[in-house]
Design a protein around this ligand. Structure first.
Ligand SMILES: [Zn+2]
Length: 429
């Protein structure tokens, strides 16, 4: 295979083409190299750079293969790569102390590391998820493109019959080419396993939504706005395969009110799949995860209405328009309050690739403190203090393994002093 000579498959522009076994062997070899290389990054001392290298450089190495290979062939292989990358992150983030975690907590950690930032996660999207959405989006685009290139006025070359000879692309029941067959399979999986809905010209998309089956009821964070509909995910509407290949423009063959939706973008499909990903289901709810679930809630995207406590606050007025009063709105509805909001995603900074300066770097144990605290896990070096029952300088309490007391002890007067003291305790020999 490495020599490019095989009777069962060949590689064309990096794409494995052959029987299923050969394609799997090809992808397996690439995945094995990625898994081996993940361990080579352990020598990076800066935890944030290690995380970013894994997330942006390493976790994406198989994206091309995922996009062009039928998903059922490779999902198990990609799941192994995902597990390797999670293990590398946990190793660095705990100085290899993660082996003490319970299986319940490890499942939570794996989920939290993979969730997107706006849901309180670290954004390391699983390859197995992005491969499914990428293959579906790319294959749908191909069929649509072949349709667009087969207009009557463009019949100097019939791309569809050249690319898929003997196929009627407008009739998916007759699709037999492997990639088209796999597209039908992926479409069906999205409908049956991931709460997607097929658009129909006869009826509007359902107004309701499907319940998200992730975990149970996570503990809401104290100050995070919550709603009863948070665990309900809107349907994702897909075009039926029969409508993908159309030699007419969509608008010209439909009534005005029944305009077909566009095919969702890959990132939209990925975000939807992450709501239903099997390994993330039924993770939450265990009593031992109470602290971690509260942390997850606090790190979700939070949206605050921007309004001054004092209506006459001049500094606020410099940056935000003064909302009209009720009586003003009644007199002139055009003045209806246009509220300003502030959105904060606590973990979004992890995606920033700006160069770090010394005060903002996560060297050595500082990354371990951040990593463990973000998960609601004990901080390894503070745990030693807790076991030894080291007393705080206030002489009233012993240090705890999460650093909670140090962060709030009045002896350190202030959040920054408490934070710095906690870091000193966790890094001092
Ligand atoms: Zn104290």
């Amino acid at each position: 295979m490495d020599a490019g000579i095989s009777t069962t498959g060949l590689r064309v522009a990096g794409v494995p083409i052959g029987n299923d076994e050969w394609v799997q062997q090809f992808v397996q070899a690439k995945a094995a190299a990625v898994q081996v290389d993940a361990g080579k990054l352990d020598i990076i001392s800066d935890g944030l750079i290690h995380y970013q290298m894994l997330r942006f450089c390493h976790n994406t190495r198989l994206a091309f293969l995922g996009r062009i290979t039928p998903t059922p062939l490779i999902s198990d292989i990609f799941a192994e790569v995902d597990a390797t990358i999670l293990e590398a992150l946990c190793r660095k983030g705990t100085t290899n102390a993660h082996g003490e975690w319970t299986a319940v907590f490890r499942r939570f950690v794996d989920m939290k590391l993979q969730l997107p930032h706006f849901r309180g996660g670290s954004g390391v999207t699983p390859n197995a998820v992005s491969a499914l959405s990428a293959f579906y989006a790319a294959s749908v685009s191909l069929v649509q493109w072949l349709g667009l290139c087969s207009h009557a006025e463009q019949d100097f070359i019939d791309l569809a019959s050249t690319w898929a000879p003997g196929h009627d692309l407008a009739n998916p029941d007759q699709w037999s080419a492997p990639i088209l067959f796999a597209l039908k399979q992926a479409h069906q999986v999205l409908l049956t396993d991931f709460g997607c809905h097929e658009w129909s010209i006869d009826g509007p998309a359902p107004a309701s939504a499907v319940p998200q089956i992730e975990g149970s009821s996570p503990n809401p964070a104290a100050n995070a706005p919550q709603s009863a509909s948070r665990n309900v995910v809107p349907y994702l509407t897909l075009l039926p395969p029969t409508r993908l290949y159309s030699t007419q423009t969509v608008d010209s063959n439909l009534d005005g009110n029944a305009k077909a939706p566009s095919v969702p973008a890959q990132r939209v499909i990925t975000a939807h799949l992450m709501r239903f990903w099997p390994s993330h289901q039924y993770v939450l709810g265990d009593i031992s995860l109470t602290r971690s679930e509260q942390t997850l809630g606090l790190q979700r995207s939070q949206r605050f209405k921007a309004c001054p406590t004092d209506p006459n606050d001049t500094i606020f007025g410099l940056h935000f328009p003064t909302p009209a009063t009720d009586s003003q709105v009644q007199a002139d509805p055009s003045l209806k309050e246009k509220a300003w909001h502030l959105t904060w995603m606590p973990l979004a900074f992890l995606a920033s690739l700006l160069p770090q300066r010394q005060p903002t770097r996560f060297t050595g144990e500082i990354w371990v403190i951040f990593f463990c605290q973000a998960l609601g896990a004990p901080i390894p070096l503070l745990r030693a203090h807790a076991v030894a029952r080291t007393q705080c300088v206030c002489q009233k309490f012993v240090l705890d393994q999460y650093g909670d007391h140090v962060l709030t002890c009045k002896k350190h007067t202030g959040a920054i002093a408490g934070h710095d003291r906690r870091n000193w305790l966790a890094t001092a020999d």
